[in-house]
Unconditional design. Sequence first.
Length: 398
Amino acid sequence: MKKKYELSLPLCALLLTGACSHRPSVPANEFLIQGYLENVSDSAIIELCVSEGQLIKEIMKDTLINGEFSLHDTITSGKRELYLMSSSRGFPGLWINVWTAPGKYIKVTGNDKLLKTWKVESDLPEQVEENRFVEASFPEQLEVLKYTADEYDLLRTMFQEHADNEELQRADWKQVDSLRKLKEPLEKIILKKELDYLSTAPVSSVWLDKYLLHASRLQWDKENPYIPEIKALYARLSEADRETPAGKNITEYMNLGAEVNVGDEMADGDLYDSEGNLHHLSEFKGQYILLDFWSMGCGPCVQSIPEMEEVTAIYKDKLAVVSISGDSKENWKKFISEKSMTGNQWNELKNGRTGLAARYKVVGIPHYVLISPEGTVQEMWSGYGPGSLKGKLKELVK
């Protein structure tokens, strides 16, 4: 149900112009986001989300009616970065950043489903910076958004409507591959434009967040042609910037440990159980160790849990399974408690893949690493399907 807000000035210029455009009055302990969209069919669901570690969680949603949506919530102090997105057909599966604060009104206007083309208006300086960063990537961004919306619809069709038809799925994948090839050169142009913008824009909290996204590429995008430019931007951070949460995370990406490959000695590091106790992989040296890098927001990861429990029981005398979650401490502890997950449930408690996840080259999850009793990396692989863990370990564990 939508909450009604009264206009702050009665009648205003109504007698002269026949209309009133004054902003609604927002209570001091709330924020209000009102959207006005054209060329978007009614019944589209607009979601407001928040970032929690590696997860994007929905906190509320509204249905578009007569081209309008409204989202509001309580906020007692400080500024908060939220995300507008939609899972409805025709949207690109991405989001647009929206800054909120107590008593603030945010107006959103748009004439398509592409999200990043929407205009977000407020008097918050962080929102002004967000808008400038997005604008820096156009017009190439517009083309990428169109291709991405088509790709998102194809993937939804493939996994939902064509789930039991391999021939149709192959045809869908072929179209997805074609769209990705069209996007690739445009995405490189966008990347260069964003880095150029960061090289001259004032360093702020928003700037640091944007730079952190690019710094994370040092872990997962090794073929990036602009790695030197990404590293060079680090010199723009002051000592105070480097002490912020984002700054510390960026510094970690600038100093990633050496990657390990099959045949190398295993990498070890600090890991914590749900009680906060410190652990190391070396505790299990002398037996096989299976590392399982996962997240509660990963469908295949969650699907694999029952089979992983079976594997743990089957090989209990010769194999130690270490599940390494990338989720925030609070979400992780809640999830493993709700699922009654036992065994070595550990977490690096890092914001991003800068520790063991980086050293073991984790990009997609679930990601598995089998370490031999001698402490060398025997095999690494990613992805899960029913029976795949049993089959793999039957082949590898002697």
